[in-house]
Design a protein around this ligand. Sequence first.
Ligand code: GTP
Length: 598
Amino acid sequence: ERQSRIRNFSIIAHIDHGKSTLADRILEKTSALTQREMKEQLLDSMDLERERGITIKLNAVQLNYKAKDGETYIFHLIDTPGHVDFTYEVSRSLAACEGALLIVDAAQGIEAQTLANVYLALENDLEILPVINKIDLPSAEPERVRNEVEEVIGLDASEAVLASAKAGIGIEEILEQVVEKVPAPAGDPDGPLQALIFDSLYDPYRGVVTYIRVTEGTVKVGDMIRMMATKKEFEVVELGVFTPKAVNKDFLTVGDVGYLTAAIKNVGDTQVGDTITSAVNPAAEPLPGYRKMNPMVYCGLYPVDNAKYNDLREALERLVLNDSALQYEPETSQALGFGYRCGFLGLLHMEIIQERIEREFNIDLIATAPSVIYNVTTTDGEQMIVDNPANMPEAQLLQTVEEPYVKATIMTPNDYVGTIMEICQKKRGVFQTMDYLENNRVNVLYEIPLSEIVYDFFDQLKSSTKGYASLDYELIGYKPSKLVKMDILLNGEKIDALSVIVHKDFAYERGKVVVEKLKELIPRQQFEVPIQASIGQKVIARSTIKALRKNVLAKCYGGDISRKRKLLEKQKEGKKRMKTIGRVEVPQEAFMAVLRMD
Ligand code: GTP
């Protein structure tokens, strides 16, 4: 029977441990496509992904595997991202599976994200099959890593496959384990339809394309379906699977993973995580949705060219369709005009969205410094939620301000413990515990304000440990802190988009760094521009940008014409990301400078 030959699984791992490479190998072993064709077909739509070398989008592929027992099995392989920002996508794809391959690098061993992903897999009741990868590396220590998997994670690793995705070692063994150990989907093909939407995208011709996993029942082309959360009904136009080419099907049934279109024109009618059922014979209950992730970091996005405001709205509408964690709402700034306040899972998520808007939708953006959400109580007892520093009431009106804290888990070789503690203290971290693991490694726990780690914490951690430390964090709740708003004035004018929330004890130091940084970043103008940092009415730091004396062209007066043209070109380039505020031209970098600490 077909259903007993279906296996749905994901690959989970810490970033760079080899998920994508292994996925490629599995595709090679199970499909007629060459690696080059696969690359073109799988990744064509996502340049950005290829360039950054990280997986940010789910890939669900149907594969046929002829096993040693002579049967041909139908595999659905769902690739998952590994970065700390993308937990929600991992959890989405896991909800569509019965098993997961857990890849651990034989040289690096378990890292923070390995653990985080294992917890997600366990939450989804998945069968976890450990794979120790990169055994071809001279520094590989597969047996040590096998022990580590048993001791740190508590999984039976006695049958963990020793593999090299790069050299093609152990791939067949992995596929045989998938057949043997991952359970076939349970569910009744004749029952009332339940299909989980685990992703979706918008196609201008076909409308919303949903990626679904059928858990119960069967769906056919022409069926009337209902979205259980939005209650909207549609007629199924197209069904299919990715092999990875899109292949049309007449129906999808229990265990199938594929796509469904139904001339859905309104993006809001489908929600990732919702259950599709039959309009005629509806299921009683929706499937439990995947774990919904809320944004943790907010920033303002403004088009450099104000006329592009509507284009920006359209871009955000499109992006939010297959990125349910992205949030946005209109916002106005005195300095920057009309834009959107957007919520992201973390900084990488924010950067990727910005880049996608600029590249795919061709809109140049100014992004304000990222901020977290503060809970504020004013002296007259009013409770407020502040996600934009500009809206923080003045210091004398504040009763309490609470900020979000995270529990940060940092895994590092022993040698770097001192360095890491120093960084954490500087970021207002509170030490919790420290566990020595096998083989010279330590697991350090800190509680740190989220606002301190959203900016450059991860980069600092990496650069001061030669890349060896790994980080995972989760929100633990809000705690009161002595926080105030620091305003920045340019040419005597308060610039709302440059306001930032700082800890009282660090305000003076911070103010000094910021005005100096701004002085470097803002180009000289035709007149002198004073820069001030203030808390309420009180100026805490100041500096001045001297007036521009000479015309740029004057420098190469008499020089050759091409040199001049180049200079002008360069100026134009620089201008693209400038915003004129009052009479002052401010570059994009200035908006991030308010978070600089060095
Ligand atoms: P993300 O998609 O960014 O989460 O990373 P990933 O886990 O998919 O890792 P990826 O497959 O991109 O591999 C990361 C690096 O490790 C690449 O440079 C691979 O060539 C390399 N790599 C993967 N598998 C092996 C292996 O078995 N041996 C060796 N030596 N290198 C490998």
